[in-house]
Design a protein around this ligand. Structure first.
Ligand SMILES: Cc1cc2nc3c(=O)[nH]c(=O)nc-3n(C[C@H](O)[C@H](O)[C@H](O)COP(=O)(O)OP(=O)(O)OC[C@H]3O[C@@H](n4cnc5c(N)ncnc54)[C@H](O)[C@@H]3O)c2cc1C
Length: 256
């Protein structure tokens, strides 16, 4: 999904990538950044302005295929975490695509992007829920095996509290993820409030349990060999990807 630009992130409508209709083509110019799968995708859905003076209503969505002259992706960006997912810039330099690659009709792009990010927010939750379950299981194992002061560290109240906190976060996050899945199963395709609440919760509340897990493992938690530090780093994407936590709060306050 090619939505975010170097100077247009939360404020999507300020994007400057343009798509000019020329005969039976649209000619794209501009660039996108932080695009998941950018370096490897065969097809991109790219949002561009067909009517720059109209802001939101001037945005349209297009299918752009890899190999189209004038379309290039940048190298994989080195990120803090989620390293298995490749991320890059996309560049459009007089990139002519067939007019039939317009998705829907002109000016519908912004609404389409809202629907796409709702799915993005909903789907983004599952990996973090899975990671929190894994993190808790690893912490329990470690607390039962590691000994200090002649006792298993799991017998110390401070460790018990950390494990309880990790479990509480995991249960709440799982239930919020299930709630969105349930809503979709009920035939409600768009669940902006539920998705924003869940995304915000996972984004902002995952920091403390991920930190607890690193500390529970002591020095080993800080080393690459044990994977608590990786889960900690991965969790920092949750308050940013799919719209930052600040933006989720704006959405929630608008919808209630
Ligand atoms: C790993 C990764 C993968 C991504 N994948 C994709 C992708 O596939 N496709 C895509 O299009 N984008 C993708 N993104 C981009 C992501 O959606 C944006 O990074 C995000 O929306 C924030 O935009 P920004 O980075 O420009 O930050 P900015 O919008 O510049 O925000 C900077 C800071 O200002 C705050 N802020 C901005 N506006 C307000 C406001 N009105 N009120 C209060 N605070 C505000 C923000 O919360 C943030 O703290 C990805 C990002 C990452 C990190």
């Amino acid at each position: 999904m090619g939505l975010t630009e170097p100077n247009a992130g939360s404020d999507v409508a300020s994007m400057t990538t343009t798509a000019d209709k020329k005969g039976d083509t649209y000619v794209l110019n501009g660039s996108k950044i932080f695009i998941t799968n950018g370096p490897i995708a065969d097809v991109a859905v790219v949002y561009a302005k067909t009517a720059p003076e109209k802001k939101h209503a001037g945005i349209s969505a297009f299918i752009v295929e890899k190999g189209t002259p004038g379309f290039a992706s940048g190298p994989n960006l080195i990120k803090m975490g989620v390293s298995t997912s490749q991320t890059s810039e996309l560049f459009f330099n007089n990139c002519a695509i067939p007019a039939e690659n317009l998705l829907g009709i002109e000016g519908e792009g912004f609404n389409m992007s809202l629907q796409t990010v709702e799915w993005d927010r909903s789907a983004l939750l599952a990996p973090f829920v899975g990671a929190s379950t894994y993190m808790m299981n690893r912490c329990v194992e470690y607390a039962r095996s590691r000994e200090q002061f002649g006792r298993k560290i799991g017998q110390f109240q401070a460790i018990k509290q950390k494990i309880a906190n990790i479990r509480i976060f995991g249960e709440a996050a799982r239930n919020l993820a299930y709630r969105i899945a349930w809503c979709k199963n009920q035939g409600r395709p768009m669940n902006h409030l539920e998705a924003a609440v869940a995304k915000l919760f996972v984004g902002d509340w995952s920091l403390a349990p991920a930190n607890d897990a690193v500390v529970l493992f002591g020095g080993y938690g800080y080393c690459h060999e044990y994977d608590m530090e990786r889960i900690f780093r991965d969790s920092r994407l949750a308050p940013i990807g799919g719209g930052t936590s600040d933006i989720q709060k704006m959405i929630i306050s608008k919808l209630i």
